[in-house]
Write a protein that binds this ligand. Structure first.
Ligand SMILES: *[C@@H]1O[C@H](CO)[C@@H](O)[C@H](O)[C@H]1NC(C)=O
Ligand SMILES: *[C@@H]1O[C@H](CO)[C@@H](O)[C@H](O)[C@H]1NC(C)=O
Ligand SMILES: *[C@@H]1O[C@H](CO)[C@@H](O)[C@H](O)[C@H]1NC(C)=O
Ligand SMILES: *[C@@H]1O[C@H](CO)[C@@H](O)[C@H](O)[C@H]1NC(C)=O
Ligand SMILES: *[C@@H]1O[C@H](CO)[C@@H](O)[C@H](O)[C@H]1NC(C)=O
Ligand SMILES: *[C@@H]1O[C@H](CO)[C@@H](O)[C@H](O)[C@H]1NC(C)=O
Ligand SMILES: *[C@@H]1O[C@H](CO)[C@@H](O)[C@H](O)[C@H]1NC(C)=O
Length: 520
């Protein structure tokens, strides 16, 4: 995760003008028929990336596609294989599914040479195994050749959770994120809301599948400090909270936040827990609604040069900073999901406005791919405010046209834009969103393809992407290619439903879990 760093002094901000929102629900809103050519093209890209990984890197964590090398940045447990699992399931690729299914029971989750991130390990490994278990015990059981290995998926997820569980053994019950197996932690005295608040779905689902309630209780105890933040100053607007939480006291140490890296999936999981079980997680939904309403009222921002698009600002207390990230582009999808589930069109409409903003960050660059970090200028905040800096001289023309300027130009194979475009399409059935997703996929497939797979780009705003970083992160399999595929795939029980009644919910790594509660 990325943490926004805010160090400069702040001045007061002015009220924000109301948003002009586009309308959704065009004709054909239920049109989710298969687009076979596009679905097959995304599947071919997945098979290509998998073949490169399999040949040069498996069972290491990730492929270095340029050099045909590999690395083990996720403890050497085969992160790309486990992250690719649920995508191979929904694409219904039996050879790949069974290769990964045979592999997972052999992973030694008791040992690793490196520090273990509780958050990353939960969302990628536990998420991938529980999702594969749900699919192969459920609607895709025909894909699995070895029923014992399917049962082992849950055993391995349980073994991993048992090894991680000591993370919660702090004075407050807020988990430490950085573990040194088998029983140590690093020297951190706090943890962030994304890494604390993006465990409940996986750990609760594990409890529901195993009958051992300890996993749910541990993760929900950590979360409880985020649902009732203290001190009051750490909640600058209702539902919008700070980032860092003291492990000893459970008290917040700041009031810095937003929908960006370090905070992002805390908000995402508030509404997803309600989708998972509306009876147990109604309070989470209430907190999501508060955050959503406050974001519409206080964080929504129109760039000075592009009144027609909207982004969400970040904040330090009630001071806003006009800064966002590729990571934050999941926000539109979260608003759309909340709007569908709660039957509140205002959230769907606002989510679509945010998707439009992120679409602009893709459509404006030389590669057709959005940058890692960007900023813009707000008319309602003084031009000499250090929180509202003008674009650098060499980006003034770009800013005038595009409504944002680039402060980190790389693309590291992130999924959030495709994720939100997927939700926009599932909500509206508007074929335009399929075209947007297709354009992004073709741009990635063209620009990032190198050697034996797909690599990160150094500069999305020069033709060809400005060179590669020799790394293909596991979430390219789990998320980018899954959302790029599902938007063109036919209706299925695991797809997001436009009537708000979902049988599955996606974890933040895009691993679908079977929902537990009764239909909302
Ligand atoms: C439904 O989608 C298909 C495939 O994209 C398209 O050919 C068709 O025109 C769409 N129908 C409606 C009513 O939008
Ligand atoms: C099925 O999987 C189990 C472990 O998960 C393994 O021990 C067994 O050898 C596998 N069976 C076959 C036929 O591959
Ligand atoms: C339930 O999980 C906890 C946490 O890992 C573990 O300590 C406990 O032994 C488990 N209980 C049973 C009955 O397996
Ligand atoms: C966390 O809380 C403990 C106990 O009150 C305190 O000693 C420590 O200074 C706090 N840490 C920070 C960074 O505020
Ligand atoms: C910001 O101010 C400029 C100059 O007055 C104006 O042209 C532009 O429309 C304003 N932008 C917004 C978003 O209100
Ligand atoms: C910004 O400009 C206003 C008036 O133009 C002035 O009063 C204020 O002191 C300036 N602030 C800073 C931080 O320079
Ligand atoms: C994706 O890239 C592969 C390999 O370069 C190419 O063969 C394929 O045609 C591309 N697909 C699309 C839809 O551009």
């Amino acid at each position: 995760m990325h943490y926004s760093r805010l160090a400069v002094p702040l001045v007061a901000v002015l009220a924000l003008p109301a948003l002009a929102l586009p309308h959704s629900n065009p004709p054909g809103a239920d049109n989710h028929t298969l687009n076979r050519d596009r679905a097959d093209a995304v599947k071919a890209a997945f098979v290509h990336a998998w073949d490169g990984y399999k040949q040069y890197a498996f069972p290491h964590d990730e492929l270095h596609p340029v050099s045909n090398g590999f690395s083990d940045s996720r403890n050497g447990w085969g992160a790309s294989a486990v992250d690719a699992f649920s995508t191979a399931c929904v694409m219904q690729l039996p050879d790949i599914v069974n290769t990964i299914l045979d592999y997972i029971p052999t992973i030694d989750f008791d040992h690793t040479a490196n520090g273990v991130s509780l958050f990353e390990t939960t969302i990628r490994y536990m998420g991938g195994m529980l999702s594969g278990y749900d699919f192969l015990k459920g609607p895709l059981s025909n894909l699995a050749k070895n029923a014992t290995a399917v049962d082992d998926l849950l055993k391995q997820a349980t073994r991993l959770a048992n090894n991680l569980a000591y993370a919660f053994d702090t004075p407050s019950g807020v988990p430490s994120n950085n573990l040194i197996f088998p029983s140590g932690t690093d020297s951190s005295t706090n943890n962030g809301i994304a890494t604390i608040g993006t465990l409940v779905l996986e750990w609760t689902h594990l409890s529901d599948l195993t009958g051992n309630q300890t996993y749910a209780e541990l993760s929900q105890k950590g979360e409880s400090y985020l649902l009732a933040p203290q001190p009051a100053s750490s909640e600058p607007w209702p539902g919008l909270i700070g980032t860092k939480v003291n492990l000893t006291t459970g008290q917040f140490e700041d009031a810095v936040g937003g929908w960006v890296g370090g905070d992002d999936s805390f908000y995402e999981y508030l509404i997803k827990m309600y989708v998972y079980d509306s009876t147990r997680f109604s309070i989470y939904k209430d907190r999501w609604m508060l955050a959503a309403d406050s974001s519409i009222a206080h964080l929504a921002s129109h760039p000075s040069t592009r009144p027609d698009i909207a982004f969400l600002a970040i904040y330090d207390g009630q001071e806003r900073i006009f800064y966002s990230q590729h990571l934050a582009c999941f926000d539109g999808g979260s608003f759309i999901l909340g709007g569908l589930v709660l039957k509140e069109q205002k959230y769907v409409d606002f989510g679509i406005a945010l998707v439009n903003g992120c679409h602009d960050t893709y459509a404006s660059t030389a590669t057709g791919i959005g940058p890692e970090v960007f900023q813009w200028v707000e008319n309602s905040t003084a031009a000499n405010d250090t929180k509202n800096p003008p674009p650098p001289a060499d980006q003034q023309a770009f800013y005038k046209k595009s409504g944002f300027y680039i402060t980190a130009s790389d693309y590291v194979l992130r999924p959030e834009y495709l994720e939100s475009v997927y939700y926009a399409y599932r909500a509206t059935g508007d074929q335009m969103y399929r075209d947007w997703a297709w354009d992004a996929f073709v741009a990635i497939n063209t620009t990032c393809a190198v050697g034996s797979g797909y690599a990160e780009l150094k500069d999305v705003n020069v033709p060809g992407g400005g060179g590669y970083s020799d790394f293909m992160d596991s979430f390219f399999f789990a998320e980018v290619l899954k959302y790029a595929y599902l938007i063109h795939a036919p209706d299925n029980s695991w797809q997001v439903e436009n009537n708000g009644v979902n049988q599955w919910v996606f974890n933040t790594e895009a691993h679908p879990f079977k929902v537990h509660g009764p239909p909302i």
